[in-house]
Design a binder for this molecule. Structure first.
Ligand SMILES: [Zn+2]
Length: 373
C-alpha cells in the first residue's frame, strides 16, 4: 500500500471518489514512483538521491515540479529515470504503479513512458519494454488476488528532442500483442512539431497502431494542428491550449456566447479526447494565460461546450496527486457532482486504445459502479 493514496470525498455530496471506478489515460511511469522505492533502487545501483528520507524526497519532487516552467518540471525526471535502468528497477516500478492505480480506484490504465530513456546501463529497447510488461502483469495478478480488478497497457513515448521516433514506432508495433496499446510523443513541445516525426507516424498509421500526442501544453494551436494532421493523433496529450481557439463572442446577464475556430470545432466534432491534467497544467504554466488557480483552468469551458474532456494525473509523484484528488479539485473548483464525474470516466473509456466492444464493456462497468455509489 502506498501511503500517498488517500481517500477523497465529493465536496457537498460526500460520495467517496476514491471508491468510484476510474480510467487513467495519461499517466507517466517515470512520474509515479514511490519515494521509498526510489531510495531503495538508488542504493542498489549506487545513485545519489537528493534526499534520503522518503518524506523529504516527496517534498523535493513537489517543490521542484512547482517552479512554473515545463523545462524545470522535466528535470525532476532525471532522478526517477536514473533508478529505472535495470530489469529489476523497471519491473518493480511497473508492478507498484499498478498497485497504486488500483488503490486509487482505477480499473483501466494506459501507462506511458519512453523506452529510449532507459538504456543507460546496457539494456536494449526490447528488453526494457519486456521488463515493464512483466511488472505490469505481476501487478495485475496481485491486484486480482486481492479480490479487485484492473487492466493496464503500455503506451510507448518517443521523445521529441531526439531522433528515435521511427525506432520507437517500430518497437511499439513489435510489442503490440505483448502489452503495448499505442504510441505517444513527449518531451519539449515548442520547436519540435509532430511533423518532425512524419516517418514514424506514417508507419504507425499503416500498421493501424493508435497514437496520442502531447500537444497544446507547452505550445499552441500550430502544435495541435501538427499533432492531428501530421501525427494523426486520436487523442491530445493535454490539448488545453486548444482553448486559445475559442473566443467569447458576446456575454449577457445569463449566458456567454462563444465562437469556435476551425481547429477547435474539428476536435469537438470528431470527439477527439483531451487528456487534461489539471494540477500538472497549473504547475507547468500550460494555462497561465487564463490564470494560476484551478478555477481559471479552461477545463470547465471545454466541458460545458461539449468537448470530450478526460481527467488525468500526468505525473502523480511530481504533482503529489492521484486521479481521485484531481477529480476532487475539479469538483471543488467547478461544483461538479457524481453525474459529471461519471461523464469524465465514460469519456476516457470511450477514448481508450481498445477495441470498441471492450470500450463499451468498460463504460458499462463504470456506469454500474457509479450507480451503486
Ligand atoms: Zn504527459
Amino acid at each position: 500500500m502506498n501511503a500517498a493514496v488517500e481517500n477523497f470525498l465529493l465536496p457537498g455530496g460526500g460520495a467517496d471518489i476514491t471508491a468510484l471506478p476510474k480510467v487513467s489515460l495519461h499517466d507517466h511511469l517515470d512520474g509515479g514512483l514511490r519515494p521509498q522505492t526510489i531510495v531503495e533502487l538508488a542504493d542498489e545501483i549506487g545513485y545519489e538521491v537528493p534526499e534520503r528520507d522518503p518524506v523529504k524526497l516527496t517534498s523535493w519532487f513537489a517543490d521542484h515540479a512547482d517552479s512554473g516552467s515545463l523545462v524545470d518540471y522535466l528535470k525532476t525526471f532525471d532522478v526517477t529515470i536514473a533508478v529505472m535502468q535495470t530489469t529489476e528497477g523497471l519491473t518493480r516500478v511497473a508492478r507498484e504503479f499498478v498497485h497504486d492505480l488500483a488503490d486509487d480506484g482505477v480499473i483501466y490504465g494506459e501507462i506511458r513512458w519512453a523506452p529510449e530513456q532507459h538504456l543507460q546501463r546496457g539494456l536494449d529497447l526490447d528488453q526494457v519494454v519486456s521488463a515493464v510488461q512483466e511488472g505490469l502483469e505481476e501487478g495485475v495478478d496481485s491486484v486480482r488476488a486481492s479480490g479487485r480488478s484492473i487492466r493496464v497497457g503500455q503506451l510507448l513515448s518517443s521523445m521529441r528532442q531526439t531522433d528515435r521516433s521511427k525506432d520507437i514506432a517500430e518497437l511499439a508495433i513489435r510489442h503490440r500483442d505483448r502489452g503495448v496499446l499505442g504510441f505517444d510523443s513527449a518531451g519539449p513541445e515548442a520547436g519540435f512539431p509532430a511533423s518532425n516525426s512524419r516517418e514514424a507516424y506514417d508507419l504507425l498509421a499503416r500498421s493501424f497502431l493508435p497514437a496520442t500526442v502531447h500537444a497544446g501544453e507547452a505550445d499552441g494551436l500550430d502544435s495541435i494542428r501538427s499533432a492531428l494532421f501530421d501525427g494523426r493523433a486520436l487523442r491530445l496529450g493535454h490539448g488545453v491550449r486548444l482553448a486559445e481557439d475559442i473566443s467569447i463572442a458576446r456575454e449577457d446577464d445569463e449566458n456567454t456566447y462563444v465562437s469556435l475556430g476551425d481547429l477547435s470545432q474539428w476536435v469537438k466534432d470528431r470527439e477527439i479526447a483531451l487528456e487534461l491534467s489539471p494540477s500538472s497544467n497549473l504547475q507547468t504554466g500550460a494555462i497561465e494565460q487564463w490564470g494560476d488557480e484551478m478555477v481559471d483552468h479552461p477545463f470547465d469551458l471545454l466541458y460545458q461546450l461539449g468537448f470530450r474532456v478526460t481527467v488525468n494525473t500526468d505525473n502523480r509523484l511530481m504533482s503529489a496527486t492521484t486521479l481521485s484528488r484531481e477529480l476532487f479539485l475539479l469538483s471543488e473548483a467547478f461544483g461538479y457532482d457524481l453525474t459529471d464525474l461519471e461523464v469524465f470516466q465514460i469519456n476516457a473509456a470511450s477514448a481508450a486504445f481498445l477495441p470498441i466492444e471492450e470500450r463499451e464493456d468498460l463504460s458499462e462497468t463504470i456506469s454500474a459502479g457509479f450507480e451503486s455509489a
